[in-house]
Design a protein around this ligand. Structure first.
Ligand code: AMP
Length: 189
């Protein structure tokens, strides 16, 4: 049972690479962004709450996010492996994930950072916005999301380094090359 965190800024390719890895390894994929968007689509009260944050490019409060994550995890596992995509995004979330997995006799095996230059992120997200239909893929909200990433999420890189779990790989270039490099890290676990 492997617990793999795919980490990176908005637009770094976490979702795309997670989909490819899920196909290759048969792991479960937990994208907290997808979970929240499904709640919005289904018109649930959680969806309404989530929308008020997502549309502003802000993070959903930690306590709420941590509960959601535990519920989704328990609905999918025990299983061969999980790819966490978009969670954790704050240090309290990383601490909660560590606790949650420990209670289930597991741990984060690796946190893999997809590193992509800033200017490329903006370009990718603006392009994605042309087809994604996502309300948060507009220039103003993208800027806000990139700021939130820098201030609240990027400190997790040091946190996972201290925990001995951090690996960084190049997140730009040919899609297959990125998948191959990610696979090498996963195969080495
Ligand atoms: P994503 O699809 O991962 O880019 O997430 C889209 C939006 O959902 C984010 O900008 C946040 O508003 C919200 N979101 C997703 N995951 C989290 C999380 N782990 N913590 C807080 N907010 C989140």
């Amino acid at each position: 049972m492997k617990n793999i965190v795919i980490f990176g800024a908005p637009g770094s390719g976490k979702g795309t690479q997670s989909d490819l890895l899920v196909k290759k390894y048969g792991f479960k994929h937990i994208s907290t962004g997808d979970v929240l968007r499904a709640e919005i689509k289904n018109g649930t009260s959680l969806g309404q709450t989530a929308k008020s944050y997502i549309d502003k490019g802000q993070l959903i409060p930690d306590e709420l996010m941590i509960d959601i994550l535990a519920n989704v995890y328990d609905s999918l596992c025990p299983c061969d492996g999980v790819i966490f995509d978009g969670f954790p995004r704050t240090i309290p979330q990383a601490e909660a994930l560590k606790r949650m997995l420990k209670e289930r006799k597991g741990e984060v095996d690796v946190m893999i950072e997809l590193s992509v230059p800033d200017e490329m992120l903006m370009e990718r997200l603006i392009n994605r916005g042309k087809t994604s239909g996502r309300a948060d893929d507009n220039e103003e909200t993208i800027r806000k999301r990139l700021d939130v990433y820098k201030n609240q999420t990027a400190p997790l890189i040091e946190w996972y380094k201290t925990d001995g779990k951090h690996r960084a790989i190049k997140g730009h270039g040919a899609l297959e090359e990125i998948t191959d490099t990610l696979s090498e890290v996963i195969d080495s676990l």
